[in-house]
Design a protein around this ligand. Structure first.
Ligand code: MTE
Length: 319
């Protein structure tokens, strides 16, 4: 057996104390031995590996002024090194277990503080606004990053169409809750379903992307098909996957990671090299596919577009 020294263990492999303790209690309470394996029966594992590229093309896409021209992370890495706990906790689990998730038919309920709630079929969402390619940096809280050519349209297009009331101060995103399709939900690692949220001005910022694809194709399941959010100046956990509900609220919504480890996962979660995670530095990051680490940029390099949203706020307090 390989025994590793603490110095060999990367931050991405370290489970924060509070999460670890809470998780252990939850897991012990809910499960007997072998339950994690039982949650993912091998007979239903997806045999299609991402390299086969069977995804549907999304047609002609306009290019975005917000795209970075940095080198893109290869499709194979973007689709095989994932965080999607509902499909397993290992980085390669989501790709392997992607076949559990059925993304058609799919609806997204938009409700809460809006003039009139509405349910969108996924085909309607795909046509709601012109699709753009947005090449964004994605910085995970675990100190790795990628550059991904996402496809989608600004969330603001949907918000404007829905006419939120004057009480709408926040937007909450909820992932599908179905332990048959997302077997990780049989294990109480988080308080399912996964929820995330943004302040209204963050949701309206032109960078915030309602995302339906990547690399010119529909989203692979492991990346949050059929629809997810991408908020490039925040840590990746804000970018909720496989969304079934978008709700406008007056009060700040509870979010999954903040609930389980509020000391470590703030509501704002802006990428900030000056505010360490309690258990590791956030000053540097490893771009997937590269050997040497690079400096992490304030707001993940999007300060020009978003710093004004936080003018006057103490970002050490509102981390
Ligand atoms: N959404 C759901 N529903 N479940 C998750 O576990 N993980 C988050 C985020 N969205 C997660 C999620 C985290 S921690 C990251 S870094 C990004 O998804 C990763 O997105 P990617 O796998 O497409 O790179």
């Amino acid at each position: 057996m390989l025994i590793r020294k603490p110095t060999d263990i990367s931050p991405s492999e370290i489970t924060p104390d509070s999460v670890y303790t809470k998780r252990r209690t939850l897991i012990k309470a809910a499960l007997g031995g072998g339950a994690i394996a039982a949650a993912f029966p091998a007979s239903r594992l997806l045999m299609d590996m991402p390299e086969e590229r069977k995804a549907a093309k999304l047609g002609l896409l306009s290019k975005s002024e917000f795209s970075t021209n940095e080198e893109q992370t290869p499709y194979g890495d973007v689709t095989s090194y994932n965080n999607f706990y509902e499909l397993g906790t290992g980085k390669d689990d989501p790709a392997r277990n992607a076949g559990f998730l059925q993304t058609r038919p799919w609806t997204v309920l938009v409700d809460g503080e809006v003039k009139k709630e509405r349910t969108f079929g996924i085909e309607e969402l795909l046509k709601l606004a012109p699709l753009e390619e947005r090449i964004y940096r994605l910085r995970c809280v675990e100190a790795w990053s990628m550059v991904v050519p996402w496809v989608g349209f600004p969330l603001s297009a949907l918000i404007k169409q829905m006419e939120p009331t004057g009480n709408a101060k926040y937007v909450e995103f909820t992932t599908l809750h179905d332990p048959q399709q997302l077997p990780g939900q049989r294990i109480p690692l988080l308080d399912w379903p996964y929820t995330e949220g943004l302040r209204m001005d963050e949701a309206m910022n032109p960078l915030t992307l309602l995302t339906l694809g990547l690399y010119g194709e529909v989203l692979p399941n492991q990346n949050g098909a059929p629809v997810r959010i991408v908020v490039p100046w925040k840590y990746g956990f804000k970018s909720a996957k496989s969304i079934v509900r978008i709700r406008f609220t007056e009060n700040q919504p509870a979010t999954s990671w903040n609930e389980i480890g509020g000391q470590e996962y703030g509501f704002y979660a802006n990428v900030n090299p000056n505010v360490d995670h309690p258990r590791w530095s956030q000053a540097r990051e490893r771009r997937i596919g590269e050997l040497l680490k690079r400096d992490t940029l304030m707001f993940n390099g999007y300060a020009d577009q978003v710093a004004s949203l936080y003018a006057g706020m103490d970002l050490k307090k509102f981390y």
